[in-house]
Design a protein around this ligand. Structure first.
Ligand code: PSV
Ligand code: MN
Length: 432
């Protein structure tokens, strides 16, 4: 299914009659802050966020799953859905696959299909946190139950390495250039395993994989403090992640998933440290109230998101950096909302946070910081945060052919209804 771009622009005209006036007003405000509004629009449009293949359907909790209908049941349909998101938002132009859920049987065909929607393949995600339900990737007798790369059994570690090498192979065929490794490895009970041995085993495996990494590829480590391991996780925090990356190699970087921090962690400071050490891979955006809740970006802590973007804009303002030096991705799970609507809301939240951070007058902030004028510092930050930057985000999106209001357009164009009529009400996505 592809949307008629004429219909999107008709909707834009009908629904946003005051857009030009609102944009002019905002442009004036931004100009007065000493910032060129066109540079914000340019920045917005260079920030393309990858869509994870596993977020296109209804995830569940261990208390149930309530699919809404019309879910993609194969990679082709997942690509089709990301194509729809691209048309509506202009904010995503790649899909991130998770193996073994998305094994590309015919990579060339898939590449062509993605290309026909203007999409590329983002980072490849390996999965050594569950045994392959088909048993295909897991030789008899082996299991990831007690960890993968940290496992005391050499054969299990070798299998985990092998799986990651396969992910690289698939990725090479699809034109991806990075491998994301999130490990569930850890312990659930004190004394269950040696912290040191587990860590060393993981690093050894990462080093083995790194040796096979194509020269233009990157490898990402992703930390998480707990779950499914409840006492310790081998890659528990940004410090462990950094250590692992440094011991692995120059092109091994650290990915920050916003839900993978203990409560009240100062994530923006973590981001700053990673930038300082030149090891920031990018993000898995989502939001949470309690733990790894994986809910819509910006729905709980939009100010935190803005503060993270404050660090990122400072980084991107450094001449040698570009938005596409970082991996921008959403990592979400949708239990209640229509997954596509949720993703559209998430793209919007990311764009808003970026735009708010982009209109912070940097020189004035630096000056206030130098003078220890913390009241002025707060005024400057919050003035940007409280500016309604929606007209700029809308404008940026429309220049890419997207909808002024993607969720509304999705509803007006009856996208879900059409997907249900084509795919039925009972299809389920492969994944979590
Ligand atoms: C783990 O919670 C995680 O955030 C990792 O990024 C996984 O790859 C992803 O979820 C989906 O399994
Ligand atoms: Mn993640």
């Amino acid at each position: 299914m592809r949307l008629d771009s004429g219909k999107i622009s008709d909707l834009n005209k009908a629904s946003h009659v005051y857009h030009d006036q609102e944009l002019d007003l905002l442009k004036n405000k931004v100009n007065n802050l000493g910032i060129d509004p066109e540079s914000v629009i340019k920045g917005l449009n260079s920030l393309q966020v990858a869509t994870p293949s596993w977020a296109l359907g209804t995830g569940g909790t261990r208390f149930g799953r309530f699919p809404g209908g019309g879910e993609p049941s194969n990679i082709q349909e997942k690509i089709e859905d990301v194509g729809l998101l691209k048309q509506l938002s202009g904010q995503t132009s790649s899909i991130s696959l998770h193996i073994p859920w998305d094994i590309p049987k015919n990579a060339a065909e898939l590449k062509d299909l993605a290309g026909s929607y203007g999409l590329k393949f983002d980072s490849m995600n390996s999965n050594t946190f569950m045994n392959d339900p088909n048993g295909e990737n897991m030789p008899k007798g082996l299991s990831y139950k007690f960890g993968s790369m940290c496992n005391s059994q050499e054969a299990v570690r070798a299998q985990a390495v092998q799986h990651n090498l396969e992910c690289i192979e698939y990725g090479k065929q699809l034109g991806s250039n990075s491998l994301t490794i999130w490990l569930a490895d850890g312990t659930t009970f004190p004394g269950q395993a040696s912290f040191t041995k587990q860590f060393k085993n993981v690093v050894n495996c990462l080093q083995t994989i790194y040796k096979e990494l194509p020269e233009d590829w990157f490898m990402f480590t992703e930390h998480k403090p707990y779950e499914p391991a409840f006492y310790s996780t081998v890659n528990a925090d940004w410090g462990s992640s950094l250590l692992m990356a440094k011991e692995t190699g120059e092109r091994c970087l650290c990915l920050v998933d916003l839900g993978h921090h203990l409560p009240n962690t100062n994530i923006e400071q973590v981001v700053s440290r990673m930038i300082m050490e030149k090891r920031l891979a990018g993000f898995h955006f989502n939001d949470s109230k309690y733990g790894d809740d994986d809910i819509t970006v910006g729905c709980i802590k939009p100010y935190q998101l803005f503060l993270i973007f404050n660090e990122l804009v400072e980084y991107l303002n450094g001449n040698e950096h570009q938005a596409n030096d970082l991996a921008w991705m959403i990592d979400a799970s949708h239990n209640l909302k229509d997954p596509l609507e949720d993703l559209l809301q998430s793209f919007d939240a990311i764009a808003l946070a970026y735009a708010q951070a982009a209109i912070i007058p940097r020189k004035a902030l630096e000056e206030a910081q130098y003078n220890n004028d913390i009241v002025a510092c707060q005024e400057i930050l919050q003035n940007a945060y409280r500016t309604d930057v929606r007209p700029l985000v809308r404008e940026a999106r429309m220049r890419l052919g997207g909808a002024a209001n993607p969720v509304q357009a999705y509803r007006d164009l009856k996208v879900r209804e059409e997907l249900i009529s084509k795919r039925g009400t009972t299809t389920t996505i492969t994944g979590l």
